[in-house]
Design a protein around this ligand. Structure first.
Ligand code: DC
Length: 236
């Protein structure tokens, strides 16, 4: 007879949450991590920190070789707590700056740079495999952790994504936020570049479960993901 036992908290797992910008996937990933008492890794923040370091240097974000040359000197934290995260570069908090317009514009060429991707990949894999983890990005289920226990790909229609990003920017900098049409154009620009780049383009893994926000809101998506996790033996 098999004895009843409590949840196996020693079991490591990876839940991958991918999708374009403005789908609410960060909120979903963070809440799923909190509900499971797991860690949370925001890989987009890593690309943003590298981009900020590039902007602070005299290097052009599109100069692939020069950007690659900066990588060995970078010192930054990659928090994995599921609460409010502190992102720092050279020991200084850069949480607000990495979400600002300058970084958001320059992150596209920096994240398309194969040297940057390769360099971050090692760190991402190490952190992703460090225990019970929810990992969020664009290529987690396809490249970073192709054998993740559960892969979610979150989508949303373009207007809704633009509205969500505008609200986030307004919350960050105050006021009514940037012009909605400008946000929509920027999202479109980033997504089409992310999806068409040669290295690790934005795409759903063949075995990802696609969750459209027009059919499932954030709370419902969190519950749905937790249900899918439970089916795989992943419980709080
Ligand atoms: O999720 P985010 O908007 O903070 O991501 C910032 C940028 O980084 C985004 O334009 C795409 C890129 N990115 C990526 O190429 N691969 C990831 N795994 C995560 C983000």
């Amino acid at each position: 007879m098999i004895e009843a036992s409590g949840p196996d908290r020693s079991r490591s797992f990876v839940i991958a949450i991918d999708g374009p910008a403005g789908t609410g996937k960060s909120t979903v990933a963070r809440r799923v991590a909190q509900a499971l008492d797991a860690g949370y890794l925001d890989t987009g923040a890593m690309y943003r920190i590298v981009t900020l370091a590039v902007l602070r240097s005299s290097v052009e974000p599109t100069d692939e070789a020069a950007v690659a040359g900066l990588l060995p000197g970078l010192v930054f934290d990659s928090p994995t707590n599921a609460g409010r995260q502190r992102h720092s570069l050279d020991g200084v908090d850069v949480g607000t700056e990495i979400r600002g317009p300058a970084v958001t514009l320059a992150v596209t060429p920096v994240s398309a740079n194969p040297a940057v991707r390769g360099w971050l990949l090692d760190r991402q894999r190490r952190l992703a495999r460090s225990g019970r983890m929810v990992v969020e990005g664009r290529d987690i289920g396809t490249v970073v952790v192709p054998d993740a226990d559960l892969k979610i790909y979150r989508t949303a229609d373009a207007d809704e994504r633009a509205r969500r990003r505008q609200r986030q920017s307004a919350a960050l900098v105050g006021g009514s936020g940037p012009d909605l049409a400008a946000v929509a154009t920027d999202l479109q620009r980033r997504d089409s570049k992310d999806a068409s780049r040669t290295h690790a383009p934005l795409q759903a893994a063949a075995d990802a479960i696609v969750v459209d926000s027009s059919s499932l809101a954030i709370e419902e998506t969190v519950a749905h993901v937790l249900g899918l996790a439970a089916e795989r033996g992943i419980t709080p």
